[in-house]
Structures are given as structure tokens and as C-alpha cells.
Design a protein around this ligand. Structure first.
Ligand code: GMT
Length: 379
């Protein structure tokens, strides 16, 4: 079929769901499809100068009349307007709350005007595992999932959780998250390594939004286990609610010279290119895009075995998996990887091999087929 006109609804922040939505849209636009992003602010990785990319902001006006501004209604109206005026063929909403339910309402409004718009809903994790199963959201989520025209989950584990927590009466396709390995090919260590590890000590890294679920304090504990045997440095990339506590913890433990907080980055791969080992000890993780990005940059991963992480990080190959909170096991595994330069090189090479399983050319066709299967019958 000809080029499609695609609407993408996502959270614009540093979370993985917004990153995946943005990267997917950019890749579709690069193939010549028109891609319209709809969000309350410009997604962090969105390049508005790229051809075929459009951005529609959802602006919620504060009325003193309302205690809570009705974002979902404004989003719904925006969806109706963009679908009609831009003649969209398909709407892809990332994250169930409130995007899938807003899309459902927009679909019904459009139907009343004789316009059919298929809705794809991609579940990313926190919408299901943390927020969605909350009783105050559950009926809406269940309904919005069941009423979407196609639903995808970013891992088998997330699909299983969705079927466990919600009364789902439809098929859910697993389409794993992806990485564009082209972007990582020519990345070389840069000034960051010289700055933080002038003596050539291993650089250990962690990237997250510093929410409790990421257990950044465990990253520090695992690092201390490593540091007691091997001189090394820890770089913590990202920011969020737990940063203050973790900084305080590092000060109290007396590790300020070895642990550095770098804050948020739009080009995380430029940091990752300098790292030797990545730690992701999350409480739960539907996929763990950060681990995939780290592997793409050639870092083996020490992670927990929760959620979809076992589908991303191959135990004993690209890194190791441990139970949540098992600091000793994670430190032991890290030391095993770092034990000799040849061992580290071996795991680094494996990490790249593992990341290649999620390279864009493997995953993008799955989305294209899904879109075409929904759009073609309407043409
Ligand atoms: O947990 C985050 O960092 C943010 C969250 C989000 O909603 O953006 O990430 C979720 O979606 C990512 C992209 O699919 C996954 O890689 C993360 O594993 C998932 N987070 C959790 O499940 C906690």
C-alpha cells in the first residue's frame, strides 16, 4: 500500500514508553510515512526537523471552576481534530492510561461522523503492573484494552501480567522494544572516560528516572561490593524522586569520589559508549529498555530477574540475573565479569550480540504489518 498517515500518542518525558514511541515514529517517517505526534509537550527525543514529522500539542487550560483539569477530554478532542484534519489512517497510543480510553472515545465520536480510525494500543508496563491494576483504574483499562483494534505488549511477561490482572477477551501481540544499532556502531569512548576514570578503572553505569521501583540504592550497594575488590567508578545517569536520598546515602557511606551523578541526557548513548558494566536492579521492569541500550553500547548487564528482564538480558551470556534485592549475588556476578580484561571483553562482545536480536530491522516490520492489517481493509 501507499504511505500511511499515522498518529502517535505518547508521554513526552524521559520514560521508556515515550522513547519507544518517538523512535518508532521517527523510523516510520524516515520510510516516507507521515507521522503526527500528539502529546502535552514535545517528546524529548523528537526531531521536529526530520521530514514527515508533525507535532500537535494538547493544551489544557486551567479553569478555577475545576479542581482537576480534564486532560483526557482535551486529548480526546485533539485526537478527533487531528484524525479529521490530517486525514489519519491509524492511531497508535502508547500507554493505556489515559491514552487508550481517550482514543476509544475519539473513535466513537469519529464514527458518529462516518469516519473509521483503527486504534493500536501498546502496553509498556507501569500502565499494567503499577498503575493499571489499581482498582480506581482497572475497569477503564480493561475496557480500553478490549476495545482497541490491536494491542501489543513489549514482552511476553507483560502480556502474561495483563492477562493475569485484567479480564481480557482479546488477542495481545508481543512486539519487543527495539534499538537502532546503526546509532551505536561508530560510538567511541569520549572525554567522559578520561574525566571520570583517568586511571583506566572500570566505569560502572546505571540509567533511570530514579523512581523507587528502580532501586537505585541497590545500584550503590552492588557498586560498593564491586569497589571492595576492584577499583572502579560508578556513573548514575538520570534524575528523579530518589536522587536526593541516594546522594545522601553516598555521602554517608563516604563514596563521593567514586560515585558521580550526571543528571538527565537526551543522547544517552554518548554516555553509554564509555561504560564497562551496567546495573539495573529494578523491583519490576516490563522490558528494561535501559538494559538494551546499555548492551547495544557494549556493556554487559547485571540485573534482576523480574518481569521482562529475562527476555532482554541472557543469563550467563550478556550478563547475569539475580533475585530482587540480592546484592551479594549481583556483586559476585559483576566481579565475575570484571575479573580479567579478557572476561570483560568476552561479555562485552556477547552484550552486543544479544542487543542485535532487538535491532530495528527485526522489529519494525512487525509494527508495519500490524498497521497495514488494520488500514488495508478500510482503503
Ligand atoms: O519505568 C520507566 O522507566 C518508565 C516506564 C514508562 O512507562 O515509560 O517504562 C516502562 O516502559 C518501558 C518501554 O517499554 C520499559 O522498557 C520499562 O521496563 C517499563 N517500566 C517498568 O515496567 C517499570
Amino acid at each position: 500500500m501507499d504511505k500511511m498517515r499515522i498518529g502517535i500518542v505518547c508521554y513526552p518525558t524521559f520514560g521508556g514508553s515515550g522513547v519507544v514511541a518517538t523512535e518508532l515514529g521517527l523510523e516510520m517517517a524516515a520510510l516516507g510515512h507521515s507521522v503526527h505526534f500528539i502529546s502535552y509537550s514535545q517528546p524529548v527525543r523528537l526531531d521536529l526537523y526530520a521530514p514527515n514529522i508533525y507535532y500537535h500539542e494538547v493544551v489544557v487550560t486551567d479553569y478555577p471552576l475545576f479542581d482537576y483539569s480534564p486532560y483526557e477530554l482535551v486529548l480526546t478532542s485533539k485526537l478527533v481534530s487531528v484524525v479529521k484534519n490530517e486525514n489519519l489512517d491509524i492511531l497508535h497510543v502508547h500507554y493505556a492510561i489515559p491514552h487508550a480510553s481517550a482514543a476509544f472515545m475519539a473513535k466513537k465520536i469519529l464514527q458518529s461522523e462516518g469516519i473509521e480510525i483503527p486504534i493500536v494500543c501498546t502496553l509498556h508496563g507501569t500502565d499494567i503492573t503499577l498503575v493499571g491494576k489499581d482498582a480506581s483504574f482497572e475497569p477503564v483499562i480493561t475496557f480500553a484494552i478490549n476495545e482497541s483494534d490491536a494491542v501489543t505488549a513489549v514482552s511476553q511477561s507483560l502480556k502474561d501480567d495483563t492477562l493475569k490482572f485484567f479480564n481480557i477477551n482479546r488477542n495481545i501481540d508481543v512486539i519487543p522494544n527495539f534499538i537502532n544499532l546503526d546509532r551505536y556502531k561508530d560510538l567511541k569512548p569520549n572525554g567522559l572516560r578520561d574525566r571520570f576514570s583517568p586511571d583506566g578503572d572500570p566505569l560502572i553505569m546505571h540509567v533511570s528516572n530514579f523512581r523507587k521501583v528502580k532501586r537505585v540504592d541497590d545500584v550503590v550497594r552492588v557498586f560498593i561490593g564491586i569497589r571492595s575488590k576492584i577499583k572502579s567508578k560508578l556513573l548514575l545517569i538520570g534524575d528523579g524522586p530518589e536522587r536526593y536520598n541516594v546522594e545522601q546515602m553516598c555521602r554517608e557511606l563516604g563514596f563521593c569520589n567514586d560515585i558521580h551523578f550526571l543528571g538527565k541526557s537526551k543522547n544517552v548513548e554518548r554516555f553509554l559508549a564509555n561504560g564497562d558494566l551496567f546495573i539495573l536492579p529494578s523491583e519490576t521492569e516490563s522490558f528494561g529498555l535501559a538494559a538494551l541500550e546499555a548492551m547495544a553500547a557494549g556493556m554487559p548487564v547485571i540485573s534482576t530477574n523480574t518481569g521482562g528482564l529475562a527476555e532482554v538480558n541472557a543469563h550467563g551470556f550478556s550478563g547475569f540475573l539475580s533475585d530482587v534485592g540480592d546484592i551479594e549475588d549481583m556483586s559476585r556476578n559483576a566481579l565475575r565479569i570484571l575479573s580479567t580484561p579478557s572476561s570483560l571483553e568476552h561479555y562485552k562482545a556477547n552484550a552486543r550480540i544479544q542487543a542485535a536480536k532487538f535491532d530495528l530491522p527485526m522489529i519494525l516490520p512487525l509494527y508495519i504489518k500490524l498497521y497495514q492489517d488494520l488500514v488495508l481493509p478500510l482503503v
